[in-house]
Design a binder for this molecule. Structure first.
Ligand SMILES: [Zn+2]
Length: 402
């Protein structure tokens, strides 16, 4: 894994200019490094801006004038043929000056400069294909056929027996379970976004990190190349369970990174709780839930809850403890530090004072050192990175042939 940040490589990375080895190193770094992901997000934002360059219409008078001149050139005498030849040499330039072409050119220049993954441009469609798996799912107010399309802004709804499968372009599939309600919010080269208002969905996504998002009432799930289920209850709380890869859950500046085998709950108004491994004991999980979601007027109950979490933490539960550092304050934070350091001593240059002051670089370095104990599917993760760096390579090859 890269120990240094990869921001300077991101443009080359998005353009498929790195070797497969370097590209997978960058992808792996991106998963674990919030700082480089910020730069990655900026690159994507740049692409979006480029996409929004307005298209201007040429004035009708220009077209009329051009038409008149073309008609005038239909003459057959030698001098007009010569004039046609000379006008033809000018016309390509005139064409370049058409505002529409200018706008497209500006988009192209900006986008390639900023490093868009052009492969996904071809994915830009206003709707997704939906297949009926069971019962009678509805799109809008109409019962869907065996195959149908879900357009931006439309809701797909299942009753207590119906299920459906959504094809997310060529980057993945989402299964919608009974009693669920999902909306296609956005689909484009830099972002695919669903809203899950209630119910449960399972996603299998093989795209670069942070292309596929799911909005829920209490957090946003950002895909980092993975498979997961996400369930939203009637109160707007949700439960995320990751089966391979990583998912980030976010609300404002609160973020939980959830690896395979782990789960994370969210609550309306609070956002994501602390991730935990699903094989942790019930008492560990209940205590954690108290720490995450108990209202302030029952603060007293948090002391035994924290003690229990610290006492029961196993080496892989450093996932939970690492996240708790930033969520607790004062003595509680130093208690977490001591337990975390006892389970897995911080790497060189990561100091107690730095961690207690939530130094971003130190927290990231410690997390990188801990990750090997968190992921029992590092092979799988490497697998998906290979798949899509391979896909990028192929696209590069195809472009070369054009
Ligand atoms: Zn970095």
């Amino acid at each position: 894994m890269f120990t240094k940040h990869v921001s300077k490589d991101l443009s080359a990375y998005c353009n498929g200019e790195l070797s497969p080895h370097d590209a997978s190193e960058v992808a792996e770094h991106l998963i674990g490094c919030p700082r480089c992901r910020v730069v990655f997000e900026e690159i994507k934002l740049g692409v979006k801006l480029a996409e929004s360059v307005p298209e201007m219409k040429a004035p009708d008078s220009l077209w009329l004038d051009l038409e008149a001149r073309l008609d005038a050139q239909v003459g057959t005498d030698e001098s007009s043929a010569r004039r046609v030849a000379s006008e033809r040499s000018i016309r390509p330039l005139a064409r370049i000056w058409q505002p529409r072409v200018l706008a497209i050119a500006a988009t192209l220049i900006l986008a390639s400069g900023l490093g868009v993954i052009w492969f996904y441009v071809q994915e830009a469609r206003p709707s997704w294909e939906v297949a009926r798996l069971n019962g009678s799912p509805r799109i809008g107010s109409a019962i869907m056929n065996d195959r149908s399309r879900l357009a931006i802004g439309q809701w797909l709804e299942t009753d207590n027996v119906s299920r459906a499968q959504i094809q997310v372009g060529s980057i993945g599939q989402v299964e919608i379970d009974p009693n669920s309600r999902v909306k296609l919010v956005q689909t484009g080269p830099t972002e695919h976004r669903l809203e899950l208002a209630r119910g449960r969905m399972s996603a299998h996504i093989w795209a670069p990190p942070r292309l596929f998002f799911v909005d829920t009432p209490s957090a946003v799930a950002a895909d980092l190349g993975c498979a997961y289920t996400l369930e939203v209850d009637d109160e707007g709380g949700s439960l995320l369970r990751v089966t391979s890869g990583w998912v980030a859950l976010q609300l404002k500046d609160r973020e939980s990174m959830v690896p395979a085998g782990a789960a994370c709950e969210t609550r309306r108004g609070i956002g994501p709780g602390t991730p935990y491994f699903e094989d942790a004991s019930d008492s560990f999980r209940q205590a954690l839930s108290k720490l995450d979601f108990e209202p302030h007027d029952t603060e007293w109950s948090k002391i035994p809850a924290l003690n229990l979490v610290l006492m029961q933490a196993r080496p892989r539960d450093t996932l939970t403890l690492w996240h708790l550092l930033a969520r607790l304050e004062g003595t509680d934070r130093s208690l977490v530090y001591e337990r975390l350091a006892a389970l897995s001593p911080p790497p060189p240059k990561v100091t107690r004072d730095g961690v207690l002051q939530l130094d971003d670089e130190m927290l990231t370095a410690w997390k990188a050192a801990l990750e090997s104990t968190w992921s029992n599917d590092s092979g799988l993760r490497k697998g998906w990175i290979k798949i899509w760096t391979g896909a990028l390579g192929k696209v590069k090859g195809l472009e070369g042939k054009k």
